[in-house]
Design a protein around this ligand. Structure first.
Ligand code: IMP
Ligand code: MG
Length: 184
């Protein structure tokens, strides 16, 4: 297949569509083992979770439900502002529920640190974090994911839900953008 207008902006592919599919299935299998009989509620963190959420819930055939929350901390930049804000709140009561929070990437940790506390304050019984990508070097808050797909180096990555200026979320793989894209 010819390169798309999105592909042409990518310097280097870090994880292919096949790499991601295989790893998501492994995570789904682990979560299945750990949550059988618990009726968890998957909570996707919009918008970055969009592709991962769709895939992880299918990789994990639990009796479960799904919910979403939207949080903004970036604007259109590549550095977190450090102050996450809820832009779309949960659509249901989470009191007593076992939540599985689905994130695209754990970076500074500001978003998930804030959300984990928010969900516990809302009465959740437990908060488990699954993130497809983790950049541990960048952490500013004491927070760890329970399930991690891949560790990524300290580079800004796009694709499979991850954006730069709201674009590139629809790439089926994850890669690093060409420097001239940031310089435009
Ligand atoms: P944190 O609050 O710094 O941990 O950032 C979490 C959010 O920042 C993620 O949900 C992403 O939306 C965004 N983010 C962090 N690193 C990247 C990246 O390399 N590419 C795209 N988005 C990122
Ligand atoms: Mg983002």
């Amino acid at each position: 297949m010819a390169k798309s207008e999105l592909d042409r902006d990518i310097l280097r592919v870090l994880y292919s569509e096949d790499d991601i599919r295989a790893r998501v299935q492994e995570l789904g299998d682990q979560i299945y083992e750990d949550f059988q009989g618990k009726n968890p509620l998957f909570v996707g963190v919009l918008k970055g979770c969009c592709l991962f959420m769709a895939d992880i819930i299918r990789a994990c055939q639990l009796k479960s439900e799904i919910e979403f929350i939207a949080v903004s901390s970036y604007g259109n930049a590549t550095e977190s502002s450090g102050k996450p804000q809820i832009t779309r709140d949960l659509g249901q009561d989470v009191t007593g529920r076992d939540l599985i929070v689905v994130e695209d990437i754990l970076d500074s940790g500001n978003t998930l640190y804030f959300l984990a506390r928010y969900f516990m304050a809302k009465g959740a019984n437990s908060v488990t974090i699954v993130t497809l990508f983790d950049k541990p070097e960048r952490r500013e808050k004491p927070i760890k994911a329970d399930y991690i797909g891949f560790q990524v180096p300290n580079e800004f990555v796009v694709g499979y839900g991850l954006d730069y200026g709201q674009r590139y979320r629809n790439l089926p793989y994850v890669g690093v953008l060409k420097p001239e894209i940031y310089e435009q």
